[in-house]
Design a binder for this molecule. Structure first.
Ligand SMILES: Cc1cc2nc3c(=O)[nH]c(=O)nc-3n(C[C@H](O)[C@H](O)[C@H](O)COP(=O)(O)OP(=O)(O)OC[C@H]3O[C@@H](n4cnc5c(N)ncnc54)[C@H](O)[C@@H]3O)c2cc1C
Length: 453
């Protein structure tokens, strides 16, 4: 392989370092080499691993094109490796665009970023130039291309996911051809804005940003029932609203965010990751304590506010690893669905300490978006990474499906092509674009075969 950036397993960490990636990666994401059996890539939670023949970090478009044209077998891209589902792994060729990250062009509020640019970098740089993303997820270590591939979202009934904020993008197809796509390209564009990486490599993305704004976050606790009533009643009265439900302890942490004129930055948030990790370990070994721990942990949450530029408020620091399943149900069914899940966890006495995150997201028209033509309530179920997640996810998934939930592409689920086609009304339109742009199925790894083939 002629590419300078083609690396073997032993050079993995070194090459990541020279690509400027290590500092931006979350702890636990990288696997150091440890003999012949070491995997070369793993995701954030450690439940997905790959040992590809080629792990490439092209530094410019011509290198990327050459790599794609020279490659054989399956071709997959990875960004921040923050997905829990098997959307990345392949034994053949894995490509990161980390070394091609950065701002390519700006015209007013239209910013074109390299696909490998991390959200943290893009949002901070946009802010420096007087702009903010319309909305962001609750962490910002994802790459922009990786985030839109799965319709990554924050919360807010009137705010779309990152996929909904895309104005244009460039896609390098498996034959090396580059396609520039925008709304005039119809289904090709609408498919590429949330593609699960099934169409080709997204080399740049143009977002429409907003004039820079500041946010005031308010966090407090309520008994779970009161939190559910409050959030349902007030959902349209806050720009952002969400809550974390502790079903066994019957408590909740509620969070709202509003735009503010207050120019004063708060002190940095207290970092509770060490405490959380300790509690997770106790709950793992002493499940009978979990309901009490869920009650106890909310006592540590003070009624507090945090004010800062938008990107600082959006970006939380999450170092306690977990695995996650998330489905989006119709917004009006969200609370009923949550109620049924809580009842099941209590009745079956399932040991899960992590809370269920409940968020609203506005509809869009991206073909594979969880929010396609439907306002959504997203319910995220987590389990500490060292604990088996099956005993939690298995009884919960049928409830999410009963409410016509659509799975988050980057999170764990067990659905295949047939079920997905019933849940995503534009699934067949997406499939038509996929077959046209990748007729040989080069982008399909085993997980994507289950989804699309
Ligand atoms: C701690 C944590 C917090 C999270 N918070 C949220 C949240 O608030 N909201 C939410 O919706 N999700 C959240 N997620 C999920 C995460 O945002 C998604 O899984 C997202 O897709 C990860 O982006 P990534 O850059 O890490 O992509 P990866 O996980 O590396 O890849 C995801 C997909 O993108 C494809 N891809 C990557 N780069 C390219 C490219 N250049 N061209 C084409 N395809 C590409 C990959 O092939 C894969 O299919 C969270 C995950 C974690 C671990």
């Amino acid at each position: 392989m002629a590419l300078l950036n083609s690396i073997d397993r032993r050079g993995f960490l070194k090459a990541l370092g020279s690509a400027g990636a290590v500092g931006a990666l979350a702890p636990g994401q990288l696997l150091a080499e440890s003999g012949e059996t070491a995997a070369a890539w793993q995701n954030w939670s450690g439940n997905q691993k790959a040992n590809p023949n080629q792990l490439l970090f092209p530094r410019q478009e011509s290198e990327l094109r050459q790599a794609i044209v020279d490659s054989v077998g399956t071709l997959r891209a990875f960004g921040g490796s923050h997905s829990f589902s098997g959307v990345v792994p392949t034994d053949d060729t894995l490509i990161s665009l980390e070394a091609m990250a950065g701002l390519r062009q700006q015209q007013g509020e239209l910013f074109t970023w390299g696909g490998g640019t991390r959200l943290a970098m893009a949002s901070a740089q946009a802010h420096g130039q007087g702009f903010s993303f319309l909305n962001e997820p609750d962490i910002n270590l994802q790459s922009l291309a990786g985030a839109i591939a799965t319709s990554t979202h924050g919360t807010g009934t009137k705010l779309t996911s990152l996929s909904g904020q895309v104005e244009a993008l460039t896609l390098m197809l498996p034959d090396g051809e580059s396609l520039k796509l925008d709304r005039n390209d119809g289904d090709r564009f609408l498919a590429a804005c949330c593609s699960v990486g099934a169409l080709g490599i997204v080399t740049d993305i143009t977002f429409r940003h907003q004039p820079a704004y500041r946010l005031k976050e308010h966090t407090w606790t309520l008994p779970l029932r009161e939190a559910m009533d409050f959030v349902e009643k007030e959902k349209d009265n806050f720009r952002h609203i969400e809550f974390f439900a502790f079903p066994l302890g019957e408590q909740a942490i509620v969070k709202t965010m509003e735009i503010t004129d207050d120019p004063h930055d708060s002190a940095p948030r207290a970092d509770d990751n060490d405490l959380l990790e300790t509690i997770c370990k106790i709950a793992m070994h002493a499940g009978w304590l979990t309901p009490s721990l869920q009650k106890l942990v909310t006592l540590f949450v003070e009624d507090s506010t945090f004010t800062a530029p938008s990107h600082v408020v959006y970006g939380n620091r999450r170092t306690v690893r977990f695995n996650e399943m998330e489905y989006t149900v119709p917004a009006d069914d969200g609370m009923a669905c949550l109620e049924e899940i809580c009842e099941t966890l209590r009745k079956e006495d399932i040991n899960v300490f992590f809370p269920i995150e409940f968020r609203y997201v506005g509809r869009d028209d991206r073909l594979l978006s969880m929010f396609h033509e439907r306002d959504g309530a997203s319910l995220s179920i987590h389990q500490y990474f060292a604990q088996d997640h099956e005993p939690v996810f298995k009884p919960v998934e049928p409830i999410l499906r009963k409410y016509r939930g659509r799975p988050h592409w980057g999170k764990l689920h067990n659905l295949g092509r047939q079920e997905l086609a019933e849940l995503y009304p534009a699934f067949d339109r997406f499939q038509a674009v996929r077959r046209e742009l990748d007729p040989q199925g080069r982008m399909l790894n085993p997980h994507l075969m289950q989804l699309f083939a």
